[in-house]
Design a protein around this ligand. Structure first.
Ligand code: SME
Length: 155
């Protein structure tokens, strides 16, 4: 391919990634706005042995990159299941982000049968998340999966 063509292809890839991140950020903000017990919502994407924060709404966290194996976020990926912790302070696997967090819901985002990322929600309320919330966030995960896949790098 001619050089100018390659440059355009790279630019078009960059455009889709920037727009994917903006879309995920808007989804996180919308979820927090509509669900008052969602005090922080983020989307982590699997990249090799790391979970990288692609978008979030709420306070900034130091956990922008989580090593696979650490925290409840890793549990959801490694065991490919929803993690609904009613009392994070009583869970030794919990990776603390915010002093006020009392419960956390982590829902895998699956694409073509594989967990490639997750939606992570923190709540200041103990036991904030019901089975209904799990199902609802599961539907959101299905909806955003094609967009998350744009940011997923297969390893
Ligand atoms: N608490 C998570 C870490 C991410 S923060 O909640 C934003 C965990 O235990 O993996």
């Amino acid at each position: 391919m001619v050089h100018a063509g390659k440059e355009q292809i790279n630019e078009i890839i960059k455009l889709s990634q920037t727009n994917a991140e903006n879309y995920l950020k808007a989804v996180c903000s919308y979820l927090c706005e509509k669900n008052p017990k969602f005090n922080w919502t983020g989307v982590y994407i699997l990249n090799g042995q790391m979970l990288n924060l692609a978008a979030y709404h709420g306070e900034a966290t130091e956990h922008v990159s989580i090593k696979l194996g650490e925290g409840l976020c890793s549990l959801a990926i490694n065991e490919d299941r929803v993690v609904n912790e009613a009392d994070v302070k009583g869970n030794g696997k919990y990776l603390a982000c915010f002093i006020n967090t009392n419960s956390e819901l982590v829902v895998p985002v699956r694409y073509q049968g594989r967990a490639i990322g997750e939606i992570d929600i923190d709540s200041d309320t103990k036991g904030a998340f019901s089975k209904e919330d799990e199902d609802f966030v599961g539907l959101v995960a299905e909806l955003i999966a094609p967009v998350v896949s744009m940011l997923y790098v297969e390893s």
